[in-house]
Design a binder for this molecule. Structure first.
Ligand code: SF4
Ligand code: ZN
Ligand code: ZN
Length: 309
């Protein structure tokens, strides 16, 4: 391994612990961690995501991204509380909850846990059996509902998720290929709060997957490595990720330039016309009061269907 670039600039000869492909940069563990935390802080400040006294709810799946996010937000001094949903998906959910509780213990923080079986009377696999919709679509609807519900109930003004740069750039690429104007008019590292929803932030929007993998390794952050067994194959996004990684291997900085240009120059053009693309009229669910497109929200409809069954 070559020498750490930062140490070298200071006249110190120290072997690097990591090579970052995206930036073609060799760093030792200490300088990698410092750079990582500095970059996350600068993303938060640049997009005015949060201040130190905001109440942030971090959505924890147990995967590396969300776990690294909770860890780093705490390290940077943000008021960030963890939130996990126990979906009842066998060993996968058991292990996810375990790693979330382990990190809570390391951080000496409490974590809010919602048990779907207790809330809805059935686990995700059982709900999917009874309702004729794709499992991930049902699961996604339920997760989004509880993020907002828990944030409202506990007066969190911000929900933070661990979407990383690789996720963001490949989804953007796919949506540009399909000219999905609705996506282009609202996808940004921050989605501002409105009368229905708290603010949603993605502090890792400019942090690569490669950087997160190294950060969890150097800081011994626990996370699950297994995939959810209910996961439906989504090869398209995977292919876009691979294509972009290959291109950035040939043209240095291409992915970052593509994404940053979208954020700076393209997003504002579409966002100005967002009313045209986002034609959803929201209301409050008659039963639970949460935001809904219909008189009764999707989760209350699921509850009703489960009772009928
Ligand atoms: Fe839920 Fe699908 Fe994700 Fe599994 S893969 S946690 S079912 S959304
Ligand atoms: Zn160094
Ligand atoms: Zn409802």
């Amino acid at each position: 391994m070559a020498l750490c670039r930062v140490c070298k600039d200071k006249g110190i000869k120290k072997e690097a612990d990591v090579f970052l492909k995206e930036d073609k940069l060799y760093l030792c563990e200490q300088h990698f961690n410092e750079r990582f935390e500095k970059n996350v802080l600068s993303t938060i400040k640049k997009y005015r995501m949060a201040k130190k006294d905001d109440k942030i709810l971090v959505a924890l799946s147990g995967g590396k991204d969300s776990m690294a996010l909770w860890y780093v937000l705490n390290k940077l001094g943000y008021n960030a509380k963890g939130f996990h949903i126990d979906l009842g998906i066998g060993e996968y959910s058991k292990k996810s909850k375990e790693v979330v509780l382990t990190l809570a213990n390391i951080l000496k923080q409490e974590v809010i846990i919602i048990d779907i079986k207790k809330e809805l009377g059935a686990t995700i696999p059982k709900i999917a059996n009874k309702i004729t919709r794709k499992t991930c679509a049902i699961c996604g609807t339920i997760k989004r509902y509880y993020f907002n519900y828990v944030a409202h109930k506990n007066r969190f003004n911000i929900i933070a998720t661990g979407h990383n740069f690789d996720d963001e750039v490949s989804t953007l690429f796919g949506n540009i290929l399909q000219w999905n104007f609705k996506y282009l008019s609202k996808k940004y590292p921050v989605l501002w709060e409105d009368e229905f929803f708290p603010r949603k932030i993605k502090p890792f929007a400019l942090t690569t997957e490669e950087e997160i993998i190294n950060y969890v390794k150097f800081n011994k952050i626990p996370y699950i490595t297994c995939r959810c067994p209910m996961s439906e194959n989504t090869p398209t996004n995977y292919i876009y990720k691979e294509i972009l990684l290959e291109l950035s291997g040939k043209f240095r900085g291409l992915r970052k330039k593509f994404y940053k240009t979208y954020l700076k120059d393209v997003f504002p053009l579409f966002n100005q016309q967002k009313e045209k693309y986002l034609n959803k009229k929201l209301t409050h669910c008659k039963i639970c009061g949460e935001p809904s497109l219909h008189e009764i929200c999707s989760v209350c409809q699921i509850k009703q269907k489960l009772k009928e069954n």
